[in-house]
Design a protein around this ligand. Structure first.
Ligand code: ZN
Length: 315
């Protein structure tokens, strides 16, 4: 079966870092294995940050070690700096993303670094990766966060996003992605910014979209991304994470709803939706009391639902 679109699960990182409960290591392993078995081929499994900042992700090295044993799975991690990248390389992550907040105010607050300092860090990470033996060099993405708006600065000028995308590539990143960290994006903006960033860095170097559903526009923004040819979307199972300021709103877009939408549209994700829905139970049991989101899991699959692959086989 050919896969049209890559759904990259970020729940074990973005979801778990946004809730208070700490998921036990065994449950993280079970979650990752089950989701990979359902056909998810890329999972961001954690973040290499000091345990005192994010105790929820303190076991990332062990999670990576487990995820690496899952056949065919691309094991991605987030790192805030060179120190984190060293840990990620030592653990054997296949892909590393460093977030660069387009809002410098947000960057200072989040990682206590200016853009110039962050770009220095990115250059040092590139050197680290290039010093590894061939075959052990992780793919390196620069993730432009707050690209669509910032809770501290408000609107973010598109020119600034494009400029920083270019500078990340100049520093030696393999690709750049766009993150709607704050759930500010709208579909017109998505199309415009994707086009402009792709024109700057080249088609091949555009990594994809990382969307949040804070204001309910997550899937509309995915459709906008599809219309301009985006092929990779981040999402989290059960929309884990939520938003403390918007009760009822999921965190990231919900993997189950995203896969349902794409498969219904005839776009193959390689993911077995009924099996994916089963994975929710593992997460629900491991972090009881944390809200899980998603319309498809609540409503169930429509009668006669046929995934994209089966439609193609029948045709
Ligand atoms: Zn996020």
């Amino acid at each position: 079966m050919t896969i049209d679109l890559l759904v990259s699960e970020v729940g074990p990182r973005d979801g778990l870092q946004s809730i208070e409960s700490i998921m036990p290591l065994a449950a993280k392993k079970a979650w990752i294995s089950a989701e990979a078995a359902a056909g998810v081929s890329e999972i961001e499994v954690g973040s290499f940050v000091p345990a005192k900042i994010l105790p929820q992700l303190a076991d990332t090295a062990e999670v990576v070690a487990h995820a690496r044993t899952v056949p065919g799975l691309t094991v991605a991690v987030l790192v805030p700096n060179l120190r984190g990248a060293q840990d990620a390389v030592a653990a054997g992550a296949h892909k590393i993303t460093v977030p660069l907040s387009v809002s410098e105010t947000h960057s200072l607050k989040n990682v206590r670094r200016t853009h110039a300092q962050m770009l220095e860090e990115v250059r040092a990470i590139v050197e680290l990766i290039r010093s590894q033996p061939e075959g052990r060099r992780p793919k390196f993405e620069g993730g432009l966060s707050t690209a669509f708006g910032c809770t501290l600065e408000g609107p973010i000028p598109a020119d600034k996003v494009v400029e920083l995308a270019g500078r990340l590539m100049d520093c030696g990143c393999d690709e750049v992605g766009l993150s709607d960290t704050t759930g500010y994006a709208n579909p017109s903006q998505v199309k415009d910014l994707v086009r402009r960033v792709r024109a700057e860095v080249g088609e091949e170097a555009f990594a994809g979209l990382h969307l949040h559903n804070t204001r309910g526009l997550g899937l509309a923004n995915v459709v906008a991304g599809l219309e301009v040819g985006v092929t990779t979307f981040d999402s989290s199972l059960g929309g884990l994470g939520g938003c403390p300021f918007a009760p009822g709103a999921s965190g990231n877009i919900v993997t189950e709803d995203l896969v349902f939408m794409l498969e219904s549209m005839g776009l193959s994700t390689g993911i077995d939706l009924p099996r994916l829905l089963e994975v929710r139970r593992i997460v629900a049991e491991a972090v009881p009391g944390e809200e899980l989101y998603g319309f498809t899991p609540d409503a169930g699959l429509p009668l006669g639902f046929a995934p994209a692959g089966r439609k193609a086989d029948a045709a």
